[in-house]
Design a protein around this ligand. Structure first.
Ligand SMILES: Nc1ncnc2c1ncn2[C@@H]1O[C@H](COP(=O)(O)OP(=O)(O)OP(=O)(O)O)[C@@H](O)[C@H]1O
Ligand SMILES: [Mg+2]
Length: 313
């Protein structure tokens, strides 16, 4: 007897110390994370970070060297058939058959996966990705963006609760990028989605939670907004002082308690502090008899933080 004990906090993807070695090369280094029902989780990392390798292990295409993973509670190695049944995968390069029709291609996958009512499932999947009106077109005549949507239909046709998409917006035109992102958000309403990208703004727009990986390891994770707060190393101020020599001004700023670092920037200084020191800074500058020409907080973009995190070495 199977008991359906699903609820909103159910863990749908679970990776435990997932590791992949290619010879001596450690591509994925003891990755642990989980994704719950209804979450869109972004795997964000630069080229070679280990995104594709991670996804191939989660979808049962490649066994882990060490560690384990479960999809909807099914181990991807020990219970591989059931795990695969629960996941739809859009690989980095979708294998498409150019001489098949759009509908024929999705139907082929539906039958291969033993979907109970393959024709109805195919039509539903095509409708979901807005390809119904192209059903009779040959795959070879589709644009790159439409091929990507066809790949998505293939990933959805067996109606899996978990969808894994490997850089679905790479190499397609901006309008289609927007459409694919919308489809992913739409899918996220009733699926658990793991979505990889190397574009930070895309992860921010599409995902509820982001895992930043570099060299096979998670270097940061959280909701995009929280990540920004957590990773921002302090408050940055831009300060421009009049009536003082550069060295004097710098000395004065550096001496203020709470100031961590002072760097020249244009005609002024970028001041890193452990809090919002605008009040202290202006009082000191004016107290020393100088003029405060400009003072403002500078927000570090998540892009800067990301680049800092994935910097070489
Ligand atoms: N089949 C393979 N044999 C040997 N090394 C591999 C193989 N596949 C990937 N690698 C290496 O493993 C590391 C992780 O690769 P992976 O493709 O998982 O990264 P990625 O994050 O998907 O990168 P990209 O953004 O370029 O798609 C890289 O250093 C890559 O060169
Ligand atoms: Mg990849």
């Amino acid at each position: 007897m199977t008991v359906d004990y699903r609820h909103d906090t159910e863990v749908m993807i679970e990776a435990k110390n997932l590791t992949k070695r290619y010879g001596d090369h450690l591509a994925v280094d003891s990755l642990s994370f989980s994704a719950k029902k209804g979450e869109i989780v972004g795997l964000l990392g630069p080229n070679g970070a280990g995104k594709t390798t991670t996804m191939r292990m989660l979808t049962g295409f490649m066994p882990p060297t060490e560690g384990s993973a479960k999809i909807s509670g099914h181990d991807v190695v020990e219970d591989s058939l059931e795990a695969r049944r629960n996941v739809g995968y859009l690989p980095e390069r979708v294998p498409l058959y150019p001489d098949m029709s759009v509908r024929g291609y999705v139907l082929f996958w539906a039958r291969l996966r033993g979907v109970p009512n393959p024709k109805a499932a195919t039509d539903a999947a095509l409708a979901r990705v807005n390809l119904s009106d192209r059903r009779n077109q040959l795959v070879r005549h589709l644009s790159k963006g439409l091929k990507q949507r066809l790949g998505l239909a293939q990933a959805l046709v067996h109606n899996p609760p978990v969808i894994i998409l490997d850089e679905p917006t790479i190499g397609i035109d901006p309008q289609q990028v927007i459409e694919v992102r919308q489809s992913v958000r739409e899918l996220g309403k009733d699926h658990t989605v793991l979505f990889s990208t190397h574009i930070l703004s895309e992860a921010e727009q599409v995902c509820d939670r982001v895992l930043i990986i570099n060299r096979g390891k998670i270097v940061a994770q959280g909701k995009p907004a929280d990540l920004r707060k957590k990773l921002q190393p302090g408050t940055l101020l831009y300060v421009q002082i009049g009536g003082a020599k550069k060295a004097q001004a710098r000395e004065l700023l550096t001496a203020i308690p709470g100031v961590l670092n002072v760097e020249t920037q244009g005609d002024g200084f970028q001041v890193k502090a452990n809090g919002d020191l605008r009040g202290d800074v202006s009082a000191r500058v004016l107290g020393a008899g100088y003029q405060l020409l400009e003072i403002r907080t500078v927000t570090t973009s998540l892009e800067d933080i990301f680049l800092e995190l994935v910097k070489e070495g």
